[in-house]
Design a protein around this ligand. Structure first.
Ligand SMILES: *Cc1c(COP(=O)(O)O)cnc(C)c1O
Length: 523
């Protein structure tokens, strides 16, 4: 909960921050909390006073007012529109945070998702009345299997992390079926892994065993060989990895893990860099989630739910969760809802129904409108754009793995070049906000100091990449000129200035109390 009104004072260094009588800045309106705008005795709708009805509440009638504020409709609309104008969006400008947060969501996807017959289905409708929706899910599953070269796909996981859980539960079930559920407990996870990987392995009852990276940012094969043994359940590996590099030894990694009796879980969050170029199934992957909301453009975060279908190899397919679709002899599709009806031994279910139908429609719409060649082109353009950023910025910002060759869809820099001028990654990120850019991914991956991970995505034109690179270079010049305060006091022009992020995380204010004078975090 953020107080926007109190943020327009003087900048911390005494530099004049725009101060207005109204609290608005230009046409950006001052925004108060709902509780400050409305009042408890106001209502947006007029209900007639109920007359002559018996009280059926059995003495449970509220004695004190509930304390919610009332607003007229225009006041409510303005409140949310003002808030939305403080939100940065991919539809507003370049987002160096990349597909990890949002890539462009073509409007065609939205039209398809709103089609009557797709948007107004109920998950409990009889199967005979939703054959079209089932066909759509089967078609999407077909594309996913064709693109990945794997054998089965669980459609129901609702995010990447949920898909990881699905894949690792399938691995656990396969080990139990082999009678090795108790003996194979160790899961190898590289140090550069996304935090969800070790968290998932631990949540499934495995023990996480970390391996380091080589100087060039890839899996250390020597370290991996040393870790293998009869207690290894598998490896969780992201490819392309979180340093933005393709793991060139991936086939050998798969062979080694299989020889040791384990399974290969691939974190597919970066699949958008290789779609149509290589099939994970051919690389020896046993399970991989696909973030439809990263690779296939469906909105997420503030824009909507994610979807994390998980593809499985022949070895894991029998353990896929329910529900799943099967085609009957008469051509109709049936939803297998119970383990007893399934051909394999499902480990259970991931969620109440079938998954994120709205996202399925958007992802299939994206795939069909791009076609096989268009999907490959999107992956190639994402990689090309990231390499353009790497090429333009590597003279001014240290790219620790630039010697390892071209990057995939993200360019990684560390903070050594700005640290020399007394600045940290966060200072640069905040200065970018004043320039109209949402910051890139900061401080991740952890394997480099003060990481800056820039992912431009496939849809940015060269002119936009140049504009961003010019700003980054100008900021590097400014840092080199010794103008530290420009960075340390940034952002100056944003609705809120530099916040005490640690305080906000450690001591979040979760309740608004009218009697408490609001103290702003840190300005
Ligand atoms: C985004 C991401 C995840 C998690 O996916 P969610 O859909 O956010 O749950 C896992 N691993 C990597 C490498 C990611 O980028």
């Amino acid at each position: 909960m953020t107080q926007l009104r109190s943020t327009r004072g003087e900048a911390g260094d005494g530099a004049p921050a725009p101060k207005t009588v109204s609290g608005s800045r230009g046409l950006l309106q001052a925004a108060s909390l709902l509780f400050e705008t409305g009042s408890a005795d106001r209502s947006g709708v007029d209900f007639p006073e109920a007359q002559g009805l018996p009280d059926r509440l059995g003495g449970l009638r509220r004695k004190a007012p509930v304390g919610l504020v009332g607003l007229s409709e225009p006041e409510a609309v303005r409140h949310y529109v003002r808030l939305s104008q403080r939100n940065y969006a991919i539809d507003l400008g370049f987002f160096p945070l990349g597909s990890c947060t949002m890539k462009h969501n073509p409007r065609l996807n939205e039209r398809m998702a709103r089609l009557p017959g797709l948007s107004d289905l109920h998950p409990l409708q009889p199967a005979s009345t939703v054959q079209g929706a089932f066909e759509l899910m089967a078609e999407l599953a077909h594309w996913l299997l064709e693109l990945t070269g794997l054998d089965a796909v669980a459609m129901s996981p609702k995010a990447g992390a949920h898909g990881e859980l699905c894949g690792m539960l399938a691995i656990r079930q396969a080990l139990i079926a082999r009678g090795e559920g108790e003996t194979r407990k160790r899961v190898i996870v590289p140090a550069s892994a996304h935090g969800t990987n070790p968290a998932t392995a631990a949540a499934c009852g495995f023990v996480v065993d970390e391996i380091g990276a080589t100087e060039e940012g890839r899996v250390n094969m020597e370290a991996l060989r040393e870790k293998l043994g009869p207690d290894v359940a598998g490896i969780m590996l992201t490819n392309p990895n979180t340093c933005g590099l393709f793991e060139r030894d991936i086939k050998e990694i798969a062979d080694l893990i299989h020889e040791a009796g384990g399974y290969f879980y691939c974190d597919g969050a970066n699949y958008n860099a290789i779609v149509g170029r290589v099939r994970p199934g051919d690389l020896g992957v046993d399970a991989m989630h696909i973030n439809l909301h990263k690779t296939f453009s469906t909105p997420h975060g503030g824009g909507g739910p994610g979807a994390g279908p998980t593809v499985l190899s022949a070895a894991l397919a029998p353990y896929a969760p329910i529900p799943h679709l099967v085609r009957r002899d008469d051509g109709a599709l049936d939803l297998i809802e119970h383990a007893a009806e399934a051909a394999g031994q499902p480990f259970g279910r991931m969620c109440a129904f079938h998954g994120q139908m709205g996202m399925f429609v958007r992802a299939l719409s994206y795939m069909m409108s791009h076609g096989a060649d268009g999907l490959r082109q999107a992956a190639e353009d994402a990689v090309l754009n990231a390499n353009y950023i790497l090429a333009r910025l590597k003279e001014r910002f240290n790219a620790p793995f630039a010697a390892s060759g071209p990057c995939m869809h993200e360019a990684l820099f560390d903070d050594s070049s700005i640290r020399a001028h007394g600045l940290e990654t966060i200072d640069l990120a905040k200065a970018l906000i004043d320039e109209g850019y949402h910051p890139f991914t900061t401080y991740f991956p952890l394997v480099v100091h003060g990481a800056m991970l820039i992912e431009p995505t496939d849809t940015e034109p060269k002119a936009e990449l140049d504009r961003f690179a010019d700003v980054m270079i100008a900021l590097a010049d400014r840092a080199a000129s010794g103008d530290q305060s420009h960075f340390k006091t940034a952002p100056r022009l944003a609705p809120v200035r530099r916040l005490d992020e640690t305080g906000a995380a450690r001591k979040p204010k979760l309740r608004w109390r009218p009697e408490e004078a609001f103290k702003h975090a840190a300005e």
